[in-house]
Unconditional design. Structure first.
Lengths: 168, 168, 168, 168, 168, 168, 168, 168
């Protein structure tokens, strides 16, 4: 999944089964021209490799981390504990409580180690990419322009189809 | 907090502020004659020391671990990720959502790494000690007898005061 | 369902309809080489037989109990009331509130009688077996080794398939 | 708490601490002229005495049972499992989740053994008495008249004080 | 739906679409030999007819009322406001919040007018019939015996199929 | 509470204890120069008078109804069932579930009879008055201007105190 | 979607995907003879056009606004911030939390700017139209009569099919 | 509240009453040496000024925005709609639902416009500052070092006080 230039965003998910949702993150980053790497790693089943991946992310060129998990959803927090890079959490929907558990497990971080949490499920997967782009855009004019273009295009799609009774 | 004999239970909590609740765990273990150690450690602020404490618990003589945390409450899971000793989670109540966040963050562990979660707050703090005792009692007759005695005494207290209108 | 050697774990569920979920408990125990017995019993419809089954579990060689139930989910607590063996509760998902009712009914036990509750539904069914194994492993080296091997294998599966975009 | 005539309602609560709430049940029954008995018994700590109390209620003259409990709140269901007398459940409020746990633990009974659940806390304590009266009134004209009078008086209190800005 | 003898239970539901669930109430009453009548009436769309039906229930021979509704679920309370007969509420599941809204709308009645609420959806539909039977059995020996037989049969079904791995 | 001119808004609340919250409705209407009447009436304890009050509201000159209730909170719906005047519901906070029960009981009305529900508690009490004003302003220019002035003043208060660290 | 006469109701939804639900609003308004316009606009993706549409609604002849949105559901509030016309909010169901998020995001408006919120999903879509009609009916006799007729017809449908066991 | 150097973070809150919570944001930023500005602005009561403040933030030198709000909590989304700067949302606790409403209103943003949401209440206020610092640290070495130092100090505080029974 790694694009050839140095990745600037690291995506990690707790299970292979999160990929159908998180593909929206990858696709959105690709659309914005932002190279990334993507990994499956578990805070609970592979804690050392997870810690290692997070701790070395900055030196691999990564500037923002996106972590997806369901249920107890400790992954974003475990990542955030090992780096000061900004970590974006995406709560997965595919558990009994439909992502409410994952949302609370991600967002309710104790003072000291934040996780910026986005929407549950696929809307969150897209938004995680856009949020990563916004963070990179603080110091990267090209990303800022790509983000502006993305937004303008989405707004125009709405304005071009004002009448809901005529399915686009 | 360490009693002189080799501790058999390890208690860990995410914050000093959890102690007023978790003192019920310590008191109940003491009442059952079970030596323990107690530590403050944070899954997010001191991840390496937390992992180290969990990973070495078995060789320190510990046989059961009790972890208390509030909010995102990753501590029991982080402990469980580094040991195969049974881990008991106690959700702390002192956050906006009154422990529902901590409960879900603890109990909804992914398949592979369980946490046995008990009641929110002080009832859970007492029950964590009793559950640790029940685990030890599988192979320790003295603990089994102490647990039987504890239960019998509690039951008798109820039976001795059958009339609710006469406050004990 | 009873394996020929003396069962060491007793599985009980409130309804035959819980079996498709709880089969994961049975399969995981079998994989770990832990003999068990499994029964359908209801805290509400067969209270005496349930009490009797729990009260005699220890003398049948059982060392850990696993109880699955949905809705009001009184079964684990009813079992725990009649034995000091550790009881693991598995909340079933197949009710209107998707297991939140069963979770709260199991985990919020009053001080005195704990139930160690695991995840809702199938993740919990697997984890109940692993938790039972962890409890047995406190005093049984063979189970401890089987559990270590189980964990290592699961971790390796993740590490062998690091790229989520290449479906395993 | 037992009035001298044969009690017709049995009130049971899981803890002495439920009495300040459940006193409203006792007071309302007294006001309606319905004799009752009241007991503290725990489904988990005194399961045999609880079962015995329920199983013998009918022969003691009792025709309706009221059970109050908090948290896992198994008491009404445990009572209902041992008698076919109608059981009214009152969820107690004094736990972290403010009675939502007790409500779900009581109301979500499996098919076969119902509990008629009323409001959380003090409104429920009053209503449990009124519901017991309604059940007795099916075959007892005196209770039916007392209930009619109670209702009429409460309605009149509202109609006599129509203006909310003039505190009664 | 009216059986020929004088109905003793009145079933009312807020919508024709509740019938597939509430048929379990009708079937269970029929199995117990209890005559009933069943109506569709809405607390909000036909308030006068609803009030009239409730107010005249007692004189039609009815002794217990069962009301099913979803969402705001005012029907049981509206019925209870017009009669002192015991009212059993059954929360319907088929709304966005899966019956949690209906449950709270039914159970949280203000002091003065109780509704005995049972489980959400089909388990509640069966239990409403059994609860009505328990209420009638207070003064009707035949119903008491039918209820005892029903319970014994259900218990035996469980005891006859103890092994969950052998699907009945 | 009735101002001398013909009331244009009718406020009803289920209990005298709702008045401390609902006084904000009265004060806001007074501030906007809108005459109103206020009553305590209960959907469950005084159903006939409640129905009567609602059914005759239009002929008393009332054009909008505001109904406050807690818990099962059937009052707004009961009012709406008896009039086609717009009904605004205000969920009261003072119950165990902090108004979530009242919110769901009001807002989840079945298709056919709407209630326009506003915020829980005091914010909702103020907003109910403003919403009533907005409804009247559809055909009343004076109210429209009063509402514009109210909004402008509130906005100016914010703009006049831009610095949060300097408490106003 | 615009009917030829001047629209009196403006319907806005945050996404084209809300139309299958909101078609019930359009159909109900059409049935009542109330002309309307319908637009897709996003509070977040097209904030300026949304503000503009709301700010100019009154001068386009519109007297009531209906806004549908899911998730964070800011649309009704954003509309209400730019007009004093009454705004009706319809929470969409098609997100992970089944509309509970949208409900809270709409209804919990701060004091100063109300949104009258109706039921989640399709029941709310129908009710939004009826509520808009009730608001218009305050000053429009023709709409008042159409609304009366609508209600009478719906009530008659229920009264014509009293027996739930005979599917209509 | 503006420090003399060009502010790099903009803090906005919906009400003066949010300041006692959000002071933790200001204090934490000050401790990290990050200049900021703080404003009270309302998405609903001052929508134009809010939009203007957000739209001009980048040109005022601001690189990250922090928005606090309670209840419907539209403020972070309204800000995010007008800028591509990263927006951090802090749900306020002081409403009936204890911040759950604000959390859902912030985090469940539709695809296209993300808000990175942090913990409810004071823990979130501190974490918002740390998250802003992490974002700035992507391209600012001094902030990165300040953040490292902050974390190390907090970790050391825990490690220096390992024994929970000895209150620090």
């Amino acid at each position: 999944m790694t694009a050839t230039p140095l990745p600037r965003v690291g995506i990690v998910m707790g299970s292979q089964s999160d990929w159908p949702t998180m593909q929206a993150t990858a696709d959105t980053l690709t659309g914005l021209g932002i190279p990334f790497e993507a990994r499956v790693l578990s805070a609970h089943r592979t804690p050392d490799e997870t810690a290692q991946w997070a701790a070395t992310a900055r030196e691999r060129g990564i500037r923002v981390l996106i972590a997806a998990a369901g249920g107890a959803a400790a992954l974003p927090g475990a990542i955030a504990a090992k780096t000061t890079l900004p970590v974006i959490g995406v709560p997965m929907e595919g558990w009994a409580l439909k992502g409410l558990d994952a949302l609370l497990s991600m967002v309710q971080m104790p003072p000291g180690i934040p996780v910026g949490t986005v929407s549950i499920g696929k809307p969150g997967a897209t938004n995680a990419a856009l949020y990563a782009a916004a963070i990179l855009a603080v110091s990267d004019e090209a990303v800022a322009q790509a983000l502006d273009a993305y937004r303008a295009k989405r707004a125009q799609q709405i304005l071009d189809n004002p009448d809901p009774s005529k399915a686009g």
